[in-house]
Design a protein around this ligand. Sequence first.
Ligand code: B12
Ligand code: SF4
Ligand code: SF4
Length: 364
Amino acid sequence: MNPLAELIVAAEERGFEAHVAPAELPEARRRAFLAWLERGMHAGMTYMARNPEARLHPQRRFPWFKSALVLSLPYGYAPPPRPAGGLRRGRVARYAWVRDYHLRTEPHLRALEELCGRLGGTCRGYVDHGPVLETAYAEATGAGWIGRNGLWLQVRGGSYQHLAVLLTPWEAETPGPHPDRCGSCRACVAHCPTGAIVADGVVDARRCVSYWTIEHRGLVPLELWEGIGDWLFGCDDCQTVCPWNRFARAPKGLEPDPELAWPDLEAFFTLSNRAFARRYAGSTFVRSGRPRLARNALVVLTGRDPEALGGLLPRALADPSPLVRATAAAAAVRLGRPADAERTLAQLDDAGRAYVRQASEVFG
Ligand code: B12
Ligand code: SF4
Ligand code: SF4
């Protein structure tokens, strides 16, 4: 068996679907990435703009790199039941209902790298955070296409699939392109709550709920609160409406955790940062941390359960995190309780005070 075929078998034994793409990405995809950066669509993700050439040409850093083994891991499981008790409002993106996929995938990538060594080559595996255009490589395998929502999808499996890429030193043939099966459908564009899909396959992170609720570290712009709606962590609106996700596949032996799909929002205000990290150890929540989850909870409750928000406000206004205090003060303004916000002003930094003043203009 040739080394690539052996790697595919090994990846499949580990629960992945695996396809091969040549190292050289199509020029159009490279240009699309640079245009996205030039227009500032990476928002505050400065790491995306750092050394773009490394992302576009991994072979410059790894001269041995000849083909990419693209691994996909489905996560199309059904929603778990909502646990009883607690304050369980808002939605969590499906990928976050289970143990963090980075943690689950890394050991498999390391094992495949070791296998490469035994096969006489050097490989390098990345999942999500590496400087690799994962959807572009997935597209280049010819096993699926990039949809209008910018995600890679397959006829058999939809888009609820994580990607990982193993750079290998073995040549692969260029497969034929997969046909675009979006056709005249525009459901994802129509259902995006914030108009973030600005062109076919192009998502402007500055408008994307997923960016603001997961990646962004600071205050969430007030004009986006409405669009964020009940999204507590991430957003799946451009996927739930996609007709191909009727064929989404569930991974074997992985059950979603109801406490991750429907977390008790009160925990975000009562736990210390350390206790939060312990309670949610191994989940994607830990990457964002307690203050950001508490910030998001305030935005969701403002629109979805003002009564519950009223009960939480005194604690949130006295939160140890300035991010949570400033968001709570803006939420108080939105709730028609400006006096509560006023009392907190002394506890805010300049940015927090400006945010509350702005809240009075936007919501007042
Ligand atoms: C930065 C990032 C984000 C940003 C920006 C999103 C974006 N689309 O760029 C934010 C934080 C908003 C985000 C959100 C989400 N993300 Co994200 N994200 C990434 C990351 C780290 C880099 C993506 C990137 O390079 N963006 C820059 C743009 C220009 O590149 P691109 O998205 O690859 O776009 C290519 C195509 O769209 C294509 N293209 C350009 N123009 C056109 C035109 C046409 C017609 C076509 C067909 C294609 C096309 O060329 C581009 C360049 O190659 C990747 C992991 C990785 N290392 O690749 C994960 C990744 C793309 N995200 C992923 C996921 C799951 C999500 C969310 C669903 C999470 C959630 N539930 O909240 C949302 C979905 C939002 C969306 N519709 O894209 C998965 C996608 C899996 C899949 N099946 O495709 C990835 C691959 C992570 C992983 N390892 O699983 N993400
Ligand atoms: S993740 Fe949500 S906000 Fe982002 S593009 Fe998809 S539907 Fe729009
Ligand atoms: S919702 Fe429609 S347009 Fe969007 S990715 Fe799915 S098939 Fe393509």
